[in-house]
Ligand binder design. Structure first.
Ligand code: GDP
Length: 641
């Protein structure tokens, strides 16, 4: 019934393999398991599906071994878990000495004659699943109900609590005591929460965003640049006046189209009103360079000290020291058990959720870390907390580092060589920043010497075309043809409203090819992920025009909602596509990163769920507020208490 069972070292050495009679070779499915699960830190559950096969696996972290069994996914083999456990135990015990004494060399030179043992274990496991006695229903006399008398079913006011207390006392009278003591403190915590919520309510949403933004820029200011940060007192004085985004030397007026008076028309927004300095943001940056996200993590250093010097107790409260402080304790050279890790993992899970990581994903991540560490021997001077934290940190960085790197500039150059424009389609729900970030990306491409045609395929939302027209005009003002040898660096291709978006995109691409534009950026109408007709239209636009890159634009601000959008967009593109192999989302633009302070969990959730890279990060409203993702910086922000 089994297709294969294989045992290999984490270094990639196959130690032993059982091949079923008709089963497919283990190589391809096992390689897929290694690529998609083991290397991608997605080992939360023990099962993986590859084409028609189900693979179940178990890690031995002490000897760095992996046990994998493969069988047809239509089969329900109840004995597989037992088999894999039994094989693991027997194999490890049989060759323990070899592993311990010879280490990696033992694996290289070892001969593992395990066939007879395996066949015996397989037979036992199969038998055990057969011999399980059929379930017999309890007789009435055996059931609890039969012990109930009519009297005990009558509830009198005084009696019920007494009974409950009795039951509890049976379980452990200590518990009652602690409950009685902790009850008031719980209430006070609740009060505190309420008052905190009350405080928060006093701030408007805008004010909270502004606060987060201030915090974001404060972190991003390097020592030398700190002098440019505004004084908070000056901010306060402004009260309810229209906000000026002076933190990034930007001005919301420049890019805010919510006001109908400035809705893009030439008269309403004359070119002379546009201040290039404000639209540009940071003047000291290197033109055309896509900077990495920066994030200072002050607690990181503190935690490192604790690990290096465990004899000195950490005096500083708060930070990760505070969060995990109570769980710290030297374990010495012993192998980690689930019991050791559980309290730490529980704290970490809550911490991740508090940072906006989707709850389900936080659970899976912690589970994956536990599986990776269980049985691993820790160094003498490491704590459970530091070991688990380090493993989690590595897992998070791994998740954020994409399997496939998207290098837009290289791909544009490649398309240039083939004398065709490179096409990027932007999709997402309304208001997430599609047009704004499309304009930022245009600016970055122009600074790198590429000409851009913007295809206005949002033929739905009033003002969408005008918004792009204004961006085009401003980008042209910043990069006039005179400074590019008479070449128009950015142009808008638009056909007004109510037309077929897929058709406009197609015309735009052929126009770009004829006119020699390097890149076509296709703006699409915002749509809710559940709107089937609009999702079909998007799938059609993508299928017909086959863009080089389909970017999903999602706000970092909304956290879990962005994950739902992303999953449903991907699914809808698959469902509504007529093609056999539907074109899905290739990458993510994570916007409004400046408004979330250190609640960066959406970045993890989005990449974890889709395995797609975050190609650009929007960090503000000026043309320069575009960054590439720096996995380590995001993880540092995520781990920060
Ligand atoms: P669309 O409907 O998806 O095209 O969204 P828009 O491009 O019109 O953007 C909606 C709002 O979000 C505008 O006010 C933008 O200025 C703002 N916005 C876009 N990206 C960012 C960003 O990275 N940070 C901040 N703070 N605001 C942004």
């Amino acid at each position: 019934m089994l297709d294969f069972f294989t045992i290999f070292s984490k270094g990639g050495l196959v130690l032993w393999c059982f091949q079923g009679v008709r089963g497919p070779a283990a190589t391809a499915p096992v390689n897929a398991l290694i690529r998609s699960v083991l290397l991608q830190e997605r080992g939360g559950n023990n099962s993986f599906t590859h084409e028609a096969l189900t693979l179940k696996y178990k890690l031995d972290n002490q000897f760095e071994l992996v046990f994998v069994v493969g069988f047809q996914k239509i089969l329900t083999l109840t004995y597989v878990d037992k088999l894999i456990d039994d094989v693991h135990k027997e194999f490890r015990d049989k060759y323990r000495n070899e592993f311990q004494q010879k280490g990696a060399l033992g694996l290289l030179n070892g001969t593992f004659d395990f066939k007879d043992d395996f066949m015996r274990l397989l037979r036992d496991a199969e038998e055990s699943s057969k011999v399980r006695a059929p379930m017999v229903m309890k007789t009435f006399e055996q059931s609890l109900k039969s012990q109930k008398t009519v009297k005990c079913m009558i509830e009198t006011r005084g009696e019920k609590p007494k009974e409950k207390v009795k039951n509890k006392k049976n379980k452990g009278s200590k518990k009652d005591g602690t409950e009685a003591v902790t009850a008031p403190s719980k209430a006070s915590a609740g009060d505190k929460q309420l008052s905190a919520a009350g405080d928060k309510e006093e701030l408007t949403k805008d004010e909270i965003l502004q606060k987060n933004r201030e915090e974001f820029f404060r972190r991003h200011m390097k020592a030398g640049e700190k002098s440019r940060s505004p004084k908070p007192d000056a901010q306060k004085e402004k009260g309810k006046k229209p906000r000026v985004w002076d933190l990034g030397n930007s001005n919301a007026k420049v890019l805010d189209y919510s006001n109908s008076a400035t809705n893009g028309s030439a008269e309403a927004c004359p070119v002379e009103e546009f201040d290039p300095d404000m639209a540009l943001g940071d003047k000291n940056r290197e033109p055309g360079r896509l900077y990495d996200l920066e994030y200072e993590s002050d607690d990181e250093a503190e935690e490192e000290k604790v690990v290096q010097n465990p004899s000195k107790p950490s005096v500083k409260k708060g930070g990760l020291g505070g969060m995990f402080g109570m769980l710290k304790g030297l374990v010495g050279s012993k192998s980690l058990t689930r019991g050791d890790m559980d309290p730490v993992l529980e704290k970490m899970k809550d911490h991740l959720i508090a940072k906006n990581v989707a709850a389900e994903i936080a659970v899976q991540l912690c589970e994956s870390v536990a599986k990776k560490l269980e049985g691993k021997v820790m160094g003498t001077f490491t704590t459970v907390t530091s070991t688990v934290k380090q493993a989690l940190q590595e897992a998070l960085v791994q998740i954020l580092q994409p399997q496939r790197r998207v290098d837009v500039l290289r791909d544009v150059m490649d398309a240039q060589r083939h004398r065709r424009p490179y096409v990027i389609t932007f999709c997402g729900v309304n208001g997430v920043g599609k047009s704004t970030n499309l304009a930022k990306i245009s600016f970055w491409l122009i600074e790198n010497g590429f000409s851009v045609l913007i295809a206005a395929c949002d033929t739905f939302r009033a003002g969408a075309v005008e918004q792009l027209r204004t961006h085009t005009r401003r980008l042209n003002a910043l990069h006039p043809p005179e400074s590019h040898g008479g070449r128009t660096m950015v142009q808008l291709y638009e056909k007004g409203y109510g037309k077929d978006a897929a058709g406009i995109a197609m015309e735009a691409i052929s126009y770009a090819r004829n006119q020699g534009f390097d890149v076509v950026l296709v703006d699409t109408a915002g749509r809710m992920q559940d709107n089937a007709p609009l999702m079909t239209a998007l799938a059609k636009l993508i299928a017909v025009n086959a863009p080089d890159l389909v970017l999903f634009v999602g706000e970092a601000l909304v956290g879990n909602e962005a994950v739902d959008q992303l999953v449903k967009f991907n699914k809808a593109l698959a469902d509504h596509s007529m093609a056999q192999t539907p074109r899905l989302i290739d990458g993510i633009v994570l916007t409004k990163f400046d408004t979330i302070d250190d609640k960066v969990g959406a970045a993890i959730s989005m990449t974890y769920i889709t395995s797609k890279p975050i190609v650009f990060v929007g960090t503000g409203q000026t043309y320069c507020d575009l960054r590439s993702l720096n996995a380590k910086a995001v993880v540092a922000a995520l781990m920060k208490a």
